[in-house]
Design a protein around this ligand. Sequence first.
Ligand code: PLP
Length: 394
Amino acid sequence: MDRSEQGLHTRIVHAGQSPDPVTGALTASIHRSAPFVFESLEVLDQYSAKTLPHYEYSRTTHPTGRILEAKLAALDRAEDALILASGMAAITAVLLATLGQGDHLVVTDNGYKRSLRFMSDTLPRWGIRTDLVDSREPLEAVRAAFTPATKLVFAEVPSNPNLRVIDIAALADITHAAGALLAVDATIASPYNLRPLEHRADIVIHSATKYLGGHNDVLGGVVAASLEVLQPIRDISINLGATLDPEACYLILRGIKTLGVRVERQNETALTLARWLESRPEVSCVYYPGLESDPTHALAKRQMDGYGGMLSFDLRTDLAGISRFVNALGTILFAPSLGGVESLIIHPGITVRHDLTDAERERFGYTDTLLRLAVGLEDPKDLKADLERGLAAL
Ligand code: PLP
């Protein structure tokens, strides 16, 4: 059945999957076999010549993974998708496949700290230069950073921890005019809210650990792209052994089936809480693209189907006050990560306190008074009451 014209909710439930023709099983099977048996030497020969599709060995790919990849491709409207062992496996595989010695990478500077660190600290060891550019003026900053050696532009949209939104179509035009590829990490949005390939990005990345898995119980990473762009990334992933286990693939498949209802609810609750926090005198700034006051609101409205379940806010206090705030919370748990059913709050500054200088923390938005809230599926009134307890403790 051609599912390409179906709505997003229908694709979320059905894409990539159909009942097993032999057993009638409705849900995907978990195939645990490491090797797969070939019928004959001739079949193996045709498989090796790439003229016959066949499973060979689970590090290469496996049936449960392919079902998940078909669903992921349908969600992001990509020709194909690749599932990997984590979001970081997805990011590093993209970088290693698209960049080589002497190449240049441009990346916007508000982003997941570990991916930025890999780009700026590790890639130079292999002769790849990275420029981190200002995500507040991304188009001008990226354009100014281009050199003849620039092969890849990488942006997180919306970004960690300040939830900045970048005009992906405009960034794609600039990138393509210079003959480079554009990769977008859209983890924070999820494909429910944002599909960067629809805005001419070449590669989309997700940490499936977050909204796709949705239950804080599984790790995974996704790369979706055209077949041509994806093939070298798949090859690198196979060589690295970054394949995701069939059991974990099943959990992500199961999680995705409720992606639409979960994210819709998280979008609503996050907007409610962002508006409420903005009205509180203890809060000096709320970072959420759904707020009319947010500098990227108009762009987010045009580019996204929802503003997401993540928000950050600055409190008028100091580190001791932040500690009292966090200790007063009961329902909202103090933990990293996002996109699951449990609401989680984290102090991004502490997580990088021992890795970054004060100047770097300031530049990347990791101030002492900033908290990042990942909204779950609890009753909004209980989350508000919890935040009220935190504010009262300041
Ligand atoms: N991208 C973003 C935006 C993230 O927030 C994270 C993790 O927090 C990652 C990538 C890495 O994903 P994983 O933890 O699945 O390796």
